[in-house]
Design a protein around this ligand. Structure first.
Ligand code: ISE
Length: 338
């Protein structure tokens, strides 16, 4: 029998703590053996969630203690390269929360380093690919039952955003997910990105000008629009409408039990992404654990996908300040990435 995968979770903020809970309570074949978190209060809180884990202030301390077979990186994106480099040099399987790194240059450095190994080690945490409805929609597109896909109309609505959230993060922290999942759904790369501003939501924090509309042209002619709305107030919603030659499909619509009382019909809805995508996160981590244990290492989006998204984000950030389309040319995927 395979022994449990010993995972070091690097970064014990919101996502790190969520993953520690997930691995401890719901994922099979894995334990959290180490928590890498320099901030003492956070490290102590995280340890309560995984009492068997040992805390280390840096990844180097954890690696030299030789207590982990794999790394789950959940620090903010700007620290990813700093953690990915020693983890790659140690050759361990890595699940890296999105984004791979914040810019294409650092993402390329990671690709170069990873390609010195025998095969990929990095899976990137684009969890939407593990969501049941996204998978169903992708299968429908591929089946061509409704003819060719013509357009994708996406809505990405957050009730609000944390204090540190900046205008660029509309792209790098939020639309980053559409930059991954849209090409995966439609089977074609993004060729250009454009941002349109409309009337500003007066409930948005002063520093933000939003909602925005992000338009993408794909290499197969499919046109995509994303309403990115970071101050929607009412709740969290990620929805897609796919327009085909002979039909229409929708995912992410309100679902679940309807309650009819006092003259109203209502359904409970999601307050944030950790609950909306809870099943997708569980599935993502379970599949990564299984792949890490049986030597496949990656079962989902890889570092090449992370690099493509970093290029799309750079175009998206440029598009925030440009009228018209910003072109994107991602280049050819190295054979190493299959
Ligand atoms: C957040 O960081 C996420 O990754 C969520 O999935 C996304 O919906 C949200 O907009 C981001 O701020």
């Amino acid at each position: 029998m395979l022994s449990d995968l010993r995972i070091a979770v690097v970064g014990a903020g919101r996502m790190g703590a969520d993953h520690i809970r997930r691995i401890t309570e719901r994922v099979s074949g894995a334990v959290v053996s180490a928590i890498v978190e320099p901030e003492e209060g956070r490290a102590a809180a995280a340890q309560q969630l995984a009492p068997g884990a040992v805390s280390y202030p840096t990844i180097e301390h954890a690696l030299s203690a030789d207590v982990a077979d794999a790394m789950l990186i959940a620090t903010p994106g700007q620290f990813h390269e700093r953690v990915l480099v020693p983890a790659l040099r140690a050759g361990v399987p890595i699940l890296c929360e999105k984004p791979l790194t914040p810019d294409p240059e650092s993402a390329r450095r990671i690709l170069d380093l990873e390609q010195t190994l025998d095969r990929p080690r990095i899976q990137v945490g684009f969890m939407r690919r593990f969501d049941a409805e996204y998978q169903e929609l992708r299968a429908l597109i591929r089946s061509r039952d409704l003819g060719d896909l013509l357009m994708l109309r996406c809505a990405h609505r957050n009730p609000g955003v944390p204090d540190g959230y900046t205008q660029e993060m509309l792209i790098t922290d939020s639309v980053v997910h559409e930059f991954d999942v849209v090409p995966w759904l439609a089977g074609a790369d993004i060729r250009s990105v454009q941002v349109r501003y409309g009337r500003r939501n007066s409930f948005a924090p002063e520093r933000l000008r939003e909602p925005i509309l992000v338009l993408m042209d794909l290499a197969n002619g499919v046109l995509v629009d994303v309403e990115m709305n970071a101050s929607a107030q009412f709740g969290y919603q990620v929805a897609t409408e796919a327009v085909f030659e002979k039909g229409l499909a929708r995912i992410g619509q309100p679902s679940g039990m309807q309650r009819w009382s006092e003259g109203r019909v209502s359904r409970p809805q999601f307050g944030d992404f950790t609950t909306r995508f809870a099943d997708a996160y569980d599935e993502q981590v379970q599949r990564w654990v299984d792949a890490a244990r049986d030597g496949r290492f990656v079962d989902g989006p890889n570092a090449w996908d992370g690099y493509r998204v970093a290029e799309a984000c750079a175009a998206g950030v440029a598009a925030l300040r440009t009228e018209g389309r910003v072109a994107l040319d991602i280049g050819t995927r190295p054979d190493f990435y299959g």
